[in-house]
Design a protein around this ligand. Structure first.
Ligand code: ADP
Ligand code: MG
Length: 252
């Protein structure tokens, strides 16, 4: 049987007030792929995720997610936004936040039922945060909060997980733990993770896309200096380190 891509973009263009954010992007993500998208700030990474979610509509081109339009597949796509959806002072417990992930399934006015509680509990257990369910979200560390936001996405029982700069709020010591979690999640999900830190990403993902309005690369993790310079629009230094010997250092 030929596998169909779970996400497919064909010649996708997006502009904000006549300023292009994505130019002719073609992308195919296969089931259970773990794709890292790298590129400079303003390169369109968050926009690309929003196109996949149907939150931003492409000016032209075709977007297919799980075989249908993004607006129709959104309930099967988990999303952890670049910045938390609310301030850390927001009075919600870890449990409340995980349950919010069920809103897409239930609608805002329906009461939660046993299915919702079971899904929220399973999601918190999976990210290792069930023991903190009674704590206020604002009292957790950045890394713990990030896990709870992932649990909220998982509570909706998605088939695809989109993570926008998930490492930004996690200190270096906790990043290894975080990658451990991703290794577990990828057994059952297709993951697309956006980051401007290629060094951190490249070790863990299967495939990489380099995005700066246009896609300069989409495929293997072995990136050439030419691809990186095209993406980052400035000289890029590669440092040998670890099993995947590439790290970007911008020299302006
Ligand atoms: P990245 O996530 O790679 O930093 P973004 O997708 O956030 O890039 O932004 C790409 C470009 O589009 C940037 O120039 C940004 O200023 C612009 N942009 C993003 N969102 C909006 C918006 N809602 N309205 C207008 N311009 C936007
Ligand atoms: Mg962004």
């Amino acid at each position: 049987m030929i596998q169909q891509p779970v996400i497919e973009l064909r010649d996708v263009w997006v502009t904000y007030d006549d300023i292009p954010a994505l130019e002719g992007v073609d992308l195919r993500v296969m089931p259970y792929d773990f794709l890292g998208i790298i590129g400079p700030n303003g390169g369109g990474k968050s926009t690309l995720l929003k196109v996949i979610l149907g939150l931003v509509t492409a000016g032209s081109g075709v977007v297919t997610v799980l075989g249908t339009r993004p607006e129709s597949s959104r309930r099967s796509v988990g999303y952890v936004a670049q910045r938390p959806a609310f301030s850390p002072d927001f009075p919600a417990s870890v449990w409340d936040v995980a349950l919010m992930g069920r809103c897409g399934k239930r609608g805002l006015v329906r009461r939660y039922n046993a299915d919702d509680w079971a899904a929220a509990e399973a999601a918190l257990r999976r990210v290792g945060m069930l023991h903190l369910r009674g704590n206020q979200i604002g009292s957790l560390s950045g890394g713990e909060q990030q896990r709870v936001f992932i649990a909220r996405a998982l509570a909706g029982e998605p088939r695809i997980l989109l993570l926008d700069e998930p490492l930004a709020s996690i200190d270096l010591a906790m990043q290894a733990d975080f990658y451990e979690l991703l290794r577990d999640l990828r057994r059952t999900l297709t993951i697309v993770m956006v980051s401007h830190d290629i060094g951190a990403v490249s070790v863990h993902v299967d495939t990489i896309a380099c995005l700066n309005r246009r896609l300069f690369h989409h495929g293997s993790k072995e990136l050439t200096p030419e691809v990186l310079e095209a993406t980052y629009e400035c000289p890029v230094q590669l440092i040998t380190h670890g099993p995947v010997p590439h790290r970007v250092l911008k020299e302006h």
